[in-house]
Ligand binder design. Sequence first.
Ligand code: NA7
Length: 582
Amino acid sequence: MSISKKATESRDAEVDVKYDAVIVGAGFAGMYMLHRLRGQGLSARVFEAGTGVGGTWYWNRYPGARCDIMSMQYSYSFSEELDQEWNWSEKYSPQPDILAYAEHVAERFDLRKDIRFNTRVTAATFDEEAKRWQVETDQGDVISAQFCIMAVGCLSSANMPDFEGIDDFEGPVYHTGHWPHEEVDFTGQRVGVIGTGSSAIQSIPIIAQQAAELTVFQRTPNYSVPAWNEMMDPDEERAVKAEYPALREKMRSRPTGFYFEFNTQPALDATPEEREGQYETFWSRGGLPFLGAYGDLLFEKEANDTIAEFGRRKIRDVVDDPATADLLCPDDIFGGKRLCVDSGYFETYNLPHVSLVDISERPIERLTKQGIVANGTEYPVDAIVCATGFAAMTGSFDNIRITGRNGLALTEKWRAGPRTYLGLSTAGFPNMFMITGPGSPSVLASMIQAIEQHVDWMSDCISHMRDIGAQTIEAEVNYEDDWVEHVNEVAKISLRSTSSSWYLGANVPGRPRVFMPYIGGFPIYVDKCNEVMTKGFEGFTLDGTKNSDAQPRVHLTERWRVPVDTDVISPAAIAAKRVPIV
Ligand code: NA7
């Protein structure tokens, strides 16, 4: 090991240092990966661009940021002690609570000592001779590791539109995904918010409380369901904690990796009156579980029309001005884009100082010194909030120069869309793993569940490699091709694939349109990963040891031996189009 040039004020760059693994990112994925690898006796270095842990929850500090999965389910499940000791304050956690939880986990498992903060990975190159990855950072680090584990997050590369005149604007321009650490006070200001996705829908009601004037620039309206958020009921929390392992098991067996009651009956079999009652019941539960009202909502357009009409009616019931209400009503598939979950979003448009500008026909023309020009009108603003989303799923990979065997650049390989085997690995890039990579359930499952399953699979894989003395593992192209085809085929049966969403890269100009997450359901996917493992890593080449006589034991982490609940999710159920939220 040698240490050379100064990296930052506080540390020296690491050069020629060897690790078993390098992990890119210290969000929930990177932190748990580090914890697992350490438990296996491996050395690992984590590089993190932020100054602290938490990933998504570190960066997205905008007012009103909140998780759309219930707090008792949006947490790690690997430690029962952790489950028992942590208390959530609200039904749906606000960002500061989730960040505090991430910090607690880092402290409790002593993770920080292996993480280099303030450090962005710039390049990762596979050295074919050494069979190791060389990883470089913007702080001058150049390290080598057997495994390169990308824990870069699915929504972490901000989409900042290149508005003409952006440098002329004299006030501050914020992006919700890069919110400052200092408090931003909009009191008395004229604020322009660009975008009406989830981040906008959460932040607009809070910004409106401070701003003197708020103008929202909307390209496409979104459906949103009230969260009906409330303080955590201590009795409910105690009850969940008494049976936490059982809840975790139920979560793992669900298509989305989190648990709520749903109904598999088709909406089209019900009468209009029955549907109305059912939608009201599920609406009163709030949030994403609203989509569990019927089993065919994301399969049959006619069924979806019924819930979409209900969603639009709810908007019109709330918004006083009919013209504004009309503009806020989407005509898209209900739940085709990620459904938004709000606290008082539509009500905000009834405030006299809040207005909506439709930019669906003509995009924002430019920014001026003191305003935003749209539809030929200049809207004077003191501050701009870009709630314009992310280059989802692959954006963070694009930001790193990743080079595999034969000098193959990952950006080149993925030019027409990401290609992976199981979203875990991609052919030509041995020993590179992707936590919640494209082609895995990732954003369509509860993220922390999806992360844990990937991390456990990778750790088990590494244990297996150690057993048999393999140095590298690499996905085989034909298996990868089959998987990509399967991911695309399954996507086609869902109406989600017809919406212009970030799931398809449709929100950022110039990106290939490919449905990136695996929509076949979390337990089916887990089952597939388990099968690949128990078949000796079928579809992977293990450094020449494949088909050896050795009969190594299977290291499948116990909690993933989840039986697929065939009543609610199975290939047959999907074929019959009776699985809510797939
Ligand atoms: P989203 O959901 O991608 O929303 C971004 C919004 O910004 C959306 O309304 C976009 O319109 C709009 N947008 C993007 N680029 C522009 C330009 N150039 N001009 C005007 N408007 C624009 O991102 P969020 O951060 O809200 O949420 C991401 C996920 O985080 C969310 O789904 C949850 O899972 C958590 P568009 O719809 O593309 O027409």
